[in-house]
Ligand binder design. Structure first.
Ligand code: F6P
Length: 320
């Protein structure tokens, strides 16, 4: 394979730039020409294609966001959009494609592979950690660390005023950002879409912690359950303690990637190009049990994300 393309799609995630760098440099290592496609699948349809050189990716390993920019592209679900995308690839003689994105982006990659025969490799780039086939997605670690930084600060002011903080984190339908940031910040309670919550039990846990000498509480609520303001209103109506809502929002999508995300980016990007260089396509890369893996894209997108109930129980046992 002599010419490959690369795009980022869907919500950006810290580490995408480091993955772009790894793909470009690995491609050049194998003697390939590498083309960056700007603005995800939208840019692919609109022929926003730029050649990438060694120096095009200098000084970006530490940057959040994505140098290629990104978009959510509904046209990729239509036959017309797909044909336009394939026409751009053909125009530039691009024989293989690397797609960095989440679940929705992988569905586009699957169509290109399956229906149009374009060898495509998916790199899981999303803060949500909502893909079952991989233990971690690119950007999740940094996003959780950003949440931790904010929750630490909230703990300071909540303790001073003896308040309850309701902190909303992202994750779409997945509770992993809430689960990990809840455990790692010492939050007393997490509320996730995977487990029905009981407000009476939450009030009981708050009261028990106060009786045990605690001066504040942190409740991490995943956006897939409800927003922080609504949750805080409901809680305030049944507790005498002062409740304050905070929505972390898009702050958790930005920032310099953590060491863990930069390491994933380097390995995912390199593995994706190795697969294309070996003549393989229609696969995704990931990490399982600390090993970089690849698997069939159709199998990967059909797997249903499972929730780690053991970690949830851990939080219940140690946060009080
Ligand atoms: O998929 C990443 C994510 O940040 C989700 O956690 C969130 O639900 C969504 O994207 C927000 O999307 P947008 O940036 O389009 O508002």
């Amino acid at each position: 394979m002599k010419r490959i393309g690369l795009l980022t799609s869907g919500g950006d995630a810290p580490g995408m730039n480091a993955a772009i760098r790894a793909v470009v440099r690995s491609g050049l290592y194998f003697g390939m020409e590498v083309f960056g496609i700007e603005r995800g699948y939208s840019g692919l349809m609109e022929d926003n294609v730029v050649p990438m050189e060694m120096r095009s990716v200098s000084n970006i390993v530490q940057c959040g966001g994505t140098k290629l920019r990104t978009a959510r592209c509904l046209e990729m679900l239509t036959k017309e959009g797909q044909k336009q995308a394939v026409a751009t690839l053909e125009k530039h003689g691009i024989e293989g494609l690397v797609v960095i994105g989440g679940d929705g982006s992988f569905r586009g990659a699957k169509v290109l592979s399956e229906e149009y025969g374009v060898p495509t490799i998916g790199i899981p780039g999303t803060i949500d950690n909502d893909l079952e086939y991989t233990d971690y997605t690119l950007g999740f670690d940094t996003a959780v660390n950003t949440c931790l930084d904010i929750i630490n600060k909230l703990r300071d002011t909540m303790t001073s005023h003896e308040r309850v903080s309701v902190v909303e984190v992202m994750g779409r339908h997945c509770g992993d950002i809430a689960l990990y940031s809840g455990i790692a910040s010492g939050a007393e309670i997490i509320v996730v879409p995977e487990i029905a919550f009981d407000m009476d039990e939450i009030v009981m846990r708050i009261n028990r912690s106060r009786a045990n000498g605690k001066h504040s509480n942190i409740i991490v609520v995943a956006e897939g359950v409800m927003d922080a303001e609504q949750f805080a209103r409901q809680l305030q109506s049944v507790t005498k303690h002062s409740v304050r809502p905070t929505c972390i929002g898009h702050v958790q999508r930005g920032g310099s990637p953590s060491m863990a995300d930069r390491m994933l980016a380097a390995q995912f990007g390199n593995k994706a190009v190795r697969l294309l260089n070996d003549g393989l396509g229609n696969r995704v890369v990931g990490i399982r049990n600390n090993k970089i893996i690849d698997m069939d894209i159709i199998e990967a997108v059909s797997m249903k994300k499972t929730f780690n109930y053991e970690l949830y129980e851990t939080l219940q046992m140690i946060s009080m």
